[in-house]
Ligand binder design. Structure first.
Ligand code: GLA
Ligand code: ZN
Length: 676
């Protein structure tokens, strides 16, 4: 993708909710706040096509002309996430059927069946109208298709298509029976036409996870077809303009690695919960950067203030919108966009924060904070855009692994893959050590450390790749629940961790699940880590060594004295295995040890709560320092000198950063050709 010409700042704007004089006022307020891009007309299908095949673009023409006069760029959205009422009413196949078999009624958005022929026909038609009409629009930056895909459907059309999809995937019904292990509970099918969609699951009637896994794959494929139905048309008219769809912050629904392969760029909506640890949105940003192998991405939405749909919608504290916006840029985003520019006065989201609140003018804390941010962004310019992150640590991540882990009945009901991955991400984050999120097919050899949390599903030759990585000198950290199943969620015969046994030098006989109030203990080999023992919980593997050495053993229960942390020298590298979930202190100390041995260093040393990342372009290196705390803290810049682009100061050595303070530090000596 071409580098963005500007650091785009702005976001979703819904002018169809406002009269002309309000829109005129908005233009002034946008300019004043430094807004240089809006995304629209996301929900305007009914206004643009009031009756089937009859279009009214006059209002949008006028609006776009006004925006360009003010030199405000546009991310042009096809309005297909909210189909008009006539479309839902006229064609039976448009509204979706939910998991409980209920045909849904019109009224929500993203409330259509992605496989509906009539939906796709009308969506393609309006996308074509827009592409034809606005192909030459000078302010067009990108096409934003639909909005936050991710509604699953269980209708008759989907059922038929699922059968065809399975036939194409497995060829014969015998093969499908094998893959789904239908001999269990006598669920054998003799014809593809007998297959039904996996619907409601409850405690007595759990659906076969292998079938559910394929349904989720099918939904990703169906959604991609639905996306391409519009994207291909847009591409025909404007081949040079990037096309993408924005990813919901609830990223689990669709396989985003697969989705991203067909997008020109990745863009996502970042809505951290008020009580999320700050490392959690950092992880999600890194996942987004990983979607297209380290390339810059867009933050398409974040909230200027509180949301309306969290259980408790806390206000963003003074300065918080700024640190969160910088966090996106710091992790690889090239835009800082928000939902929404003007707060709606009715409907579900009337209490959702906005640049311009119900009060309607510039007279609000949030407007002032956002304007100050706009001025700062204008000063920063586009110098760091396209900058890459140079990480020596990679964490393996995979959507199918995620789905399968959480679909499995057992070993624990508390399985949450993202939380688990975060557990292993956090110590690196806290030490200011950059991490890349990698897919199973990524190239591993440029990394010094690979962490593979809960590598439950073995596929994509991942075992061979990890062997090669370690043999050549890499450090691998694998965990409990690794190497358990194949790509159809069938347990690998001959014990876990399957084809990783040789590399890890052990096998796992049993895995104990602990109640939330239960703990075990990791007793460390003497002098190995700063503390002689640490707590562990959640899951405990009972491990037999076949080459690895124990570094810690369990402290209690019938498996007391057996290994829970092992290391196996393999070729020139080392393969480590954590058989249980340790407390944070252990991970902090252990990651220190692994990094020290592997020669991985923090970008900068800081007080806790201060985050540091670095983006490098061929011209310079840009170090982002964000103090997420309300109190000031120390940043040690060492012997290098840096220019703070926000204040024009030259800095070196140890300095104080105010509470909620941010620095963007340029240092051209650190500029190295980024590894791509
Ligand atoms: C999503 C949607 C927006 C809006 C925001 C509110 O991300 O894309 O239209 O509903 O949530 O947080
Ligand atoms: Zn359907």
């Amino acid at each position: 993708m071409k580098k963005m010409p500007l650091l785009f700042y702005g976001g979703d704007y819904n002018p169809d909710q406002w009269d002309d004089s309000t829109i005129q006022e908005d233009m002034k307020l946008f300019k004043n706040a430094g807004i240089n891009l809006v995304t629209l007309p996301i929900f305007s299908w009914a206004k643009l096509e009031p009756t089937e095949g009859e279009y009214d673009f006059a209002w949008l023409d006028q609006l776009l002309a006004g925006l360009w006069e003010n030199r405000i760029y546009v991310c042009l959205a096809t309005p297909t996430s909210a189909q008009p009422a006539w479309l839902s009413a006229r064609y039976e196949d448009v509204l979706p059927v939910d998991i409980a078999g209920r045909k849904r009624t019109h009224g929500m958005r993203v409330f259509f069946c992605v496989n509906s022929g009539n939906y796709r026909k009308r969506a393609a038609a309006i996308a074509e109208q827009m592409a034809k009409r606005y192909a030459g629009y000078p302010g067009l930056v990108a096409w934003h298709v639909c909005n936050e895909y991710g509604t699953y459907c269980y209708c008759e059309t989907c059922q038929q298509k699922f059968r065809l999809w399975l036939k194409a995937r497995y060829g014969t019904i015998q093969e499908l029976n094998e893959r789904w292990n239908t001999a269990f509970w006598g669920r054998i099918v003799s014809d593809f036409d007998e297959i039904m969609l996996p619907t409601q699951r409850n405690d007595d009637d759990r659906f076969n996870p292998g079938i559910q896994l394929d349904y989720l794959r099918f939904m990703t494929d169906s959604t991609l077809e639905c996306y391409q139905n519009e994207a291909q048309i847009l591409k025909q008219y404007t081949p040079e303009i990037p096309v993408f769809t924005n990813i919901s912050g609830f990223i689990k629904k669709l396989n985003q690695f697969q989705m991203a392969e067909q997008m020109d760029l990745a863009g996502w909506d970042n809505y951290p919960g008020p009580r999320d640890e700050i490392s959690f949105p950092a992880l999600k940003h890194d996942i987004m950067r990983g979607l297209k192998n380290g390339a810059s991405y867009m933050v398409t939405e974040q909230s200027p203030n509180q949301q309306n749909w969290q259980p408790y919608n806390k206000l963003k504290r003074p300065g918080e919108v700024r640190t969160l916006a910088y966090q996106g840029l710091a992790h690889g985003a090239d835009t800082s966009l928000f939902f929404q520019m003007r707060q709606s006065i009715g409907g579900q989201e009337k209490f959702h924060g906005a640049l311009i609140s119900h009060e309607g003018t510039a007279n609000s804390r949030i407007y002032r904070e956002m304007s100050a941010l706009g001025a700062e962004f204008a000063k920063l310019g586009n110098c760091f855009l396209g900058g890459r992150t140079d990480a020596s640590v990679g964490i393996l991540f995979d959507w199918e692994n995620w789905w399968a882990l959480e679909l499995a009945s057992g070993p624990t009901k508390d399985m949450n893959y993202l939380t688990q991955v975060h557990h292993y991400y956090k110590p690196f984050y806290e030490k200011n050590i950059p991490v890349d999120i990698l897919r199973f097919t990524s190239e591993l050899c440029r990394y010094k450390i690979i962490v593979a949390p809960l590598l439950y599903m073995l596929k994509d030759e991942i075992a061979e790749k990890l062997e090669k990585f370690v043999r050549q000198g890499g450090t691998l950290l694998a965990t409990y629940l690794s190497g358990v199943v194949d790509s159809n969620d069938r347990c690998i015969f001959g014990a876990a961790p399957g084809t990783l046994k040789n590399l890890l030098g052990l096998w796992v006989e049993e895995t104990d699940a602990l109640y939330p109030d239960e703990k075990n203990e990791m007793r460390m080999r003497e002098g190995y880590l700063p503390k002689p023992s640490y707590f562990c919980s959640f899951l405990c593997d009972v491990i037999h060594l076949t080459g690895a050495s124990a570094r810690a053993v369990y402290g209690s229960d019938f498996y007391a004295g057996t290994p829970c942390l092992t290391e196996h020298v393999f070729g020139s590298g080392i393969a480590c295995y954590l058989g249980t979930q340790p407390e944070d202190d252990f991970l902090s100390d252990y990651i220190d040890l692994l990094c020290q041995k592997a020669g991985v260093k923090p970008l900068l040393l800081t007080d806790p709560g201060i985050e540091v990342t670095r983006r490098t372009t061929p011209e310079g290196s840009f170090t982002f320092v964000m103090n997420h705390r309300e109190t000031e803290g120390l940043v040690n810049l060492g012997a290098e000198t840096y220019d703070n682009l926000l204040t024009n100061e030259t800095l070196c050595g140890s300095c104080n950063l105010a509470g909620r303070g941010v620095m963007v530090l340029r240092n051209d000596f650190l500029a190295a050709p980024p590894k791509i």
